[in-house]
Design a protein around this ligand. Structure first.
Ligand code: ADP
Ligand code: MG
Length: 456
């Protein structure tokens, strides 16, 4: 039986875990004051060497959930590969590696090596030869390195399958099994996933030893903190509507989701022609192009990204304020993942879906999943004042633009952002508290003021 963790009052602090002081210090730097529910539910068991299945949606803090216990138990005196984390995409592998380095900043002699396809293997081999105790990689490249004998797993004591459902849907499941076969018996295995389709359950049954199950049964973060709207439009009218939305909301950072690679590119081109500073992100682009787009978007140098689901799934871009569903996804769960780009860990965001007549059944499915109707976006909506967060983002974009770091493509003026974000009304959970967060990077914002915000 999964242990069910609900969002009640959390008294646990990171100091209550048996983690090295160097790790706690890094968390303080990062503004992590209290563990998220998935962290609360898994860190202790992982530190005790238990196998673990953790189910929690995107943005719930899974990276620290598995990485802190790994870092705590790495032997810095040995250069052997001791922990392997498998991720579905290179973007995620890089992101997990980056996050891990920030957790490890006060640990001496712990090396984290990301390995992924689309980049020269030689450099990755060199990095492995130098001695990486932790490897974060995509299944394809990891298998390649193993087959070439460039990566040795005989001393690997900890294995994590991150975003397991996504690895499944991308067709990596056989590679994952193949890799697991090459790891020593008696290692610890942890599997993290947003959803638990049958093949993932089966994988867990076959590969994990008496695992603990933790499922975060909170109401979806996204549903709590993202203001959602729909608007109805056919064909090209969607573009007009999108344009109006951008004009009205002046979103500081926005991801627009489209269903196909071609549609994504075309929409980005259309918006560019209309003078918006926008980039596309999809699987037909080369690795270099994708990386540079991600860096520019993360660095807030481009405010609008048009992306496919696969290219952007799980990406942690914590400053996204607005999400547009230019097309509704086939699976209602994907809707939740998409709007999970915004409103991450207790922030508020705004999501709008542009729905054509033939997409109405998909909208119904989404509403059934959410167990609520999504309100229509109308000109009557009161314009909400900017949140301190949005002001801070807008200022950073301006500063980046003034400093001349602006990317090559289209450059033109972005007006003063002015957008969304009314407080979430949460009728059925009167006592629910929005979890208090320490500052995440940006000091002084309202959300960091130290008093819990009560959504009622
Ligand atoms: P997931 O893998 O579940 O999608 P991530 O591990 O990428 O989620 O975390 C999402 C965001 O939340 C990241 O920006 C991360 O830095 C932040 N975060 C994670 N844990 C905490 C915490 N305990 N306190 C504050 N922020 C956190
Ligand atoms: Mg993750």
């Amino acid at each position: 039986m999964p242990r069910v963790i609900t969002r009640k009052d959390h008294i646990l602090r990171f100091e209550d875990f048996d983690l090295q002081p160097e790790i706690l210090r890094a968390l303080t730097d990062l503004g992590y004051t209290e563990p998220t529910p998935i962290q609360e539910g898994t860190i202790d068991a992982l530190l005790r060497d238990k196998d673990m299945v953790g189910q929690a949606q995107t943005g719930s803090g899974k990276t620290a959930a598995f990485m802190l216990p790994i870092l705590d138990r790495i032997d810095p005196g040995s250069k052997d590969l001791q922990a392997l984390i498998l991720c579905p995409t290179r973007e995620l592998a890089l992101q997990v590696a980056d996050a891990s380095r920030s957790f490890a900043r006060y640990l001496d002699d712990v090396n984290i090596v990301p390995v992924y396809g689309g980049a020269p293997i030689v450099e990755q081999i060199t990095a492995l030869n130098r001695g990486g105790q932790i490897v974060v990689g995509t299944p394809g490249r990891v298998l390649d390195l193993l087959r070439r004998g460039k990566m040795i797993l005989s001393d690997c004591r900890m294995v994590v399958l991150d975003e397991a459902d996504e690895m499944l849907s991308m067709g990596f499941i056989d590679d994952v099994r193949d890799i697991l076969k090459r790891t020593p018996w008696g290692k610890q295995t942890a599997l993290f996933s947003a959803t638990m389709p049958d093949p993932i359950k089966k994988l867990a049954e076959e590969e994990l030893h008496t695992p603990e199950f933790v499922k975060v049964a909170s109401k979806e973060i996204t549903v709590d903190t993202v203001e959602q709207r729909v608007a109805f439009a056919e064909g090209r009218d969607k573009l007009e509507l999108l344009e109006r939305f951008i004009q009205e909301m002046k979103p500081p950072t926005m991801i627009i989701f489209a269903r196909t690679k071609i549609g994504t590119q075309k929409l980005a081109d259309d918006l560019k022609r209309r003078g918006h500073k926008v980039r596309a992100l999809h699987g037909d682009m080369g690795q270099g192009a994708r990386d540079s787009v991600m860096i520019a978007f993360r660095g807030k140098r481009i405010p609008i990204l048009v992306a496919t689901d696969v290219a952007s799934r799980g990406l942690d871009v914590s400053h996204v304020t607005h999400v547009v569903n230019y097309d509704l996804p086939d699976e209602p769960e994907v809707y939740v993942h998409r709007i999970g780009r915004t409103g991450r860990v207790g922030r508020e965001g705004f999501a709008i879906s542009l729905v054509a007549n033939k997409e109405k059944p998909k909208l119904d499915a989404v509403e059934r999943l959410l167990k609520r109707k999504i309100q229509r976006w109308g000109i009557d909506e009161p314009v909400q004042p900017l949140t301190p967060e949005q002001i801070a983002v807008a200022e950073e974009i301006e500063a980046a633009e003034e400093s001349g770091e602006v990317d090559v493509l289209v450059v033109e003026s972005e007006g003063q952002p002015q957008a969304s974000s009314e407080s979430t009304v949460d009728g059925d959970a009167p006592k629910k508290r929005r979890r208090r967060r320490g500052g995440r990077g940006r000091g002084g914002g309202g959300e960091n003021a130290g008093t819990p915000v009560v959504a009622e």
